[in-house]
Design a protein around this ligand. Structure first.
Ligand code: GLC
Ligand code: CA
Length: 543
């Protein structure tokens, strides 16, 4: 049964959209997420860096993406993969320097690629000079920029760290301080105007160097309940995101003023954008972060967090189209990132998981809006098994090993089929996380030569998406029948349907148009129908 989207022409209509040429670039951009530490090592110390990334830009242009978002590149305490920042206006010497970043941006532009940086305003590193000054003097102006409470036996409230354990730790002189993530990530107090003023300088510092915007970490945080009252319930990591049970820590109304200020700053720099990480269960609330005067996008994580299930996927697509359509923002679609198990593994592993990940890619790349592709997903990488003794993720340690942590989606990219997979130059130091055995099987060099590889599928899909406005820029209608999910995308005279078979048997798709692309070679077209095997997807064009 087809569910139609909101009527065209109504003031809240999502047709705001999304004709490719007149749109600002970010409305339909395919954004590639680079996990800098693991992408490419230029100098042979075993850690990915800006020089390595720069040398691989031609690959990204060849693949056909529009922009790249780089995970944090700043000097960091190293407690949370770079999300504990020591200096917001510098580059970690492990990755290079500001000149390298400028060179990267310049090279990228020449190749038609935009560079988006990660910015982390909810918390600093405990090694940040502000927190160090606050530790040294409880009455310093810097202390007012964090959340401290006087010494007492019990923490000020019942808030939990997302990484496990209480959200309050003690300073050496017995005060409590708030950290919604690791203890090395003290939360900033955005009620102190000095915090906003400093971040404005940080944004301008990088915008002046030609970057095209920012991915905003924990954009639903920043402000906390003014009275620091207890949360009514506890955090469950299996939810789509936070809800009323965590109402005192997240999604305070004041946070939207920050995004209005940041939007005004970006508006001074043509063609820049903000995309927010907003992990709230209610997508309508998430979409409010991308109202016309706030951020340009806020991630829709529904597909990232949905099991392989027709109703869950259909709802993930429809609810995002509805919620973001209501505020006139494009949907930013996410199937993978550095915080979640790889799709191949989430969807069942092995050949089954790979078939499903291929099919899911065709779904995501057909949808109107801006899809995010996490580095390595275009190679069909599975979640790697990282031995406990070399794990880095604080989630593993703070949960006492109960949660595996996120290292398995952060291991080095395989570039070629040598033993070191071409991550570092020959004869280099060991990589910072081990390359899993057999990783060469996924190497870019192999897959680029293989017409049936996941990489070839992504590359073809991206080329077709760029050539067909119905893909990525169409009006989308979602319908399901049994275990078949169909998204019909229309632009002008062209209609492309993405049909995804999530069931266990082959289905016949009637009056199909012609096959533009299929996720498997086992799709059969005959007069009037297409046979679509289980766990596969197809793009069908009618014009
Ligand atoms: C975001 C990042 C995650 C990080 C956390 C704390 O969720 O994606 O990697 O651990 O923020 O900064
Ligand atoms: Ca390096």
């Amino acid at each position: 049964m087809a569910r139609r989207l909101a009527a065209a022409g109504s003031p809240t209509d999502r047709s705001v959209a999304i004709e490719r040429s007149p749109s600002p670039w970010w409305q339909t951009a395919v954004v590639y997420q680079v996990y800098l530490r693991s992408f490419a090592d230029g100098n042979g110390d075993g850690v990915g860096d800006l020089a390595g990334l720069r040398s691989r830009l031609p690959y990204l242009a060849w693949l056909g993406v529009d922009a790249l978002w780089i995970n944090p590149h700043y000097p960091s305490g190293g407690a949370d993969g770079g999300y504990d920042i020591v200096d917001y206006r510098a580059v970690d010497p492990e990755y290079g320097d500001v000149g390298d970043l400028e060179d990267l941006v310049a090279d990228a532009r020449r190749l038609g690629l935009r560079v988006v940086l990660d910015v982390v305003p909810n918390h600093t590193s405990d090694r940040h000079r502000w927190f160090q000054a606050a530790l040294a003097d409880a009455d310093s102006p810097e202390a007012a920029r964090y959340h401290f409470a006087p010494p007492s036996d019990e923490p000020p409230n019942n808030w939990q760290s997302l990484f496990g354990g209480p959200a309050w730790s003690r300073t050496p002189d017995g005060r409590w301080y708030l950290h919604l993530f690791a203890p090395e990530q003290p939360d900033l107090n955005w009620r102190d105007p000095a915090v906003a003023a400093d971040f404005e300088q940080t944004l301008r510092f990088w915008l002046d160097r030609g970057v095209s915007g920012f991915r905003v970490d924990v954009a639903y945080g920043l402000f906390k309940d003014a009275g620091l009252r207890d949360n009514p319930g506890s955090y469950s990591p299996t939810l789509f995101g936070h809800g009323p049970e965590q109402a005192m820590t997240w999604n305070q109304p004041e946070v939207h003023d920050v995004w209005r200020q940041w939007r005004a700053i970006c508006d001074e720099y043509p063609d820049t954008m903000l995309v927010g990480e907003v992990c709230l269960a209610d997508l309508e609330q998430v979409a409010l972060y991308s109202r016309p005067d706030e951020m340009h996008q806020s991630f829709s994580f529904r597909l990232l967090k949905s099991p392989w299930d027709t109703a869950a996927f259909a709802d993930g697509v429809q609810s995002a189209l509805d919620a973001f359509g209501r505020v006139g923002a494009p949907v930013s679609w996410v199937l993978g990132n550095h915080d979640k198990d790889r799709q191949v593994t989430r969807f069942g592993g092995g050949a089954l998981g790979t078939a499903r990940a291929r099919a899911a890619a065709l779904l995501m790349l057909a949808l109107p809006g801006s899809p995010y592709v996490y580095a390595g997903d275009e190679l069909g990488l599975p979640q790697a098994t990282v031995p406990d003794e070399v794990k880095r993720d604080p989630i593993f340690f703070r949960s006492g090993g109960a949660r595996a942590g996120r290292d398995g989606c952060r291991v080095p990219m395989p570039w070629n089929d040598t033993p070191g997979v071409g991550f570092s130059p020959e004869e280099s130091a060991d990589p910072w996380l081990p390359v899993p055995s057999g990783w060469d099987r996924y190497a870019v060099s192999r897959q680029a030569r293989d017409g049936g590889s996941v990489l070839t599928l992504y590359r073809r899909a991206l080329a077709l998406r760029a050539a067909h406005p119905a893909l990525g820029s169409g009006q989308a209608t979602v319908c399901t029948q049994d275990d078949v999910l169909t998204v019909t995308c229309v632009s002008g005279a062209e209609t492309v349907r993405c049909v995804l078979n999530m069931g266990s048997g082959t289905v016949l798709v009637g009056s199909p148009g012609s096959v533009l692309l299929a996720s498997t070679t086992r799709v059969r077209q005959s007069a009037g129908s297409v046979a679509l095997p289980a766990d596969s997807a197809v793009w069908l064009v009618e014009s």
